[in-house]
Design a protein around this ligand. Structure first.
Ligand SMILES: [Zn+2]
Ligand SMILES: [Zn+2]
Length: 163
């Protein structure tokens, strides 16, 4: 069980690498026709890019199906992929793109940094020239902009209280 959970955590961490590489080389590569829908502004509830969720689902399912005893290592790999898929959805679709309006503005540096990093990714509408393709791992420079923006927000809040 403990080994299982270890495998699951390792898979989760590894999936960040898989997601980064897929985003950078596949989605901004030969599958751009799917991902393009996510880099264009629109009013629809769904995007072609959403089909990409099936990728995590199918990948996880294969591990569940091919696991021999019910809880062998393949089960835990499948569980790690599923967890990552859920985390990706919550962070990317719910928190950053606000497809469900449940999270408000955050003053947690990590979440703010993650948000800024992904918005920088979206600054480029085309296939080439984007940066920060990862999701949960955030480059150090974004933490700086995040804490600056939180500091500014606090100052404005204080200012409006005084007025
Ligand atoms: Zn992209
Ligand atoms: Zn996005």
């Amino acid at each position: 069980m403990l080994t299982g959970i270890g495998i699951m955590i390792l898979t989760f961490v590894a999936m960040e690498g898989v997601a980064w590489a897929t985003h950078k080389y596949v989605l901004h590569g030969f599958m751009w026709f799917l991902h393009k829908s996510h880099h264009t502004r629109h009013q629809h509830a769904f995007e072609l890019n959403d089909l990409f969720f099936a990728y995590y689902g199918i990948l996880a399912m294969l591990f569940f199906l091919f696991g021999e005893s019910p809880l062998d290592y393949r089960f835990w790999i499948g569980a790690g992929i599923t967890l990552y898929g859920v985390a990706y959805f919550l962070i990317h679709d719910v928190f950053i793109h606000r497809r469900l309006k449940v999270f408000g503005k955050t003053s947690l540096v990590y979440l703010r940094a993650l948000n800024i990093a992904h918005r920088v990714h979206h600054k480029v509408a085309g296939k080439y020239g984007s940066e920060s393709f990862g999701m949960l791992w955030v480059a150090p420079r974004y933490y700086r902009s995040a804490s600056n923006s939180i500091r500014k927000q606090k100052q404005t809040n204080r200012g409006s209280l005084l007025n």
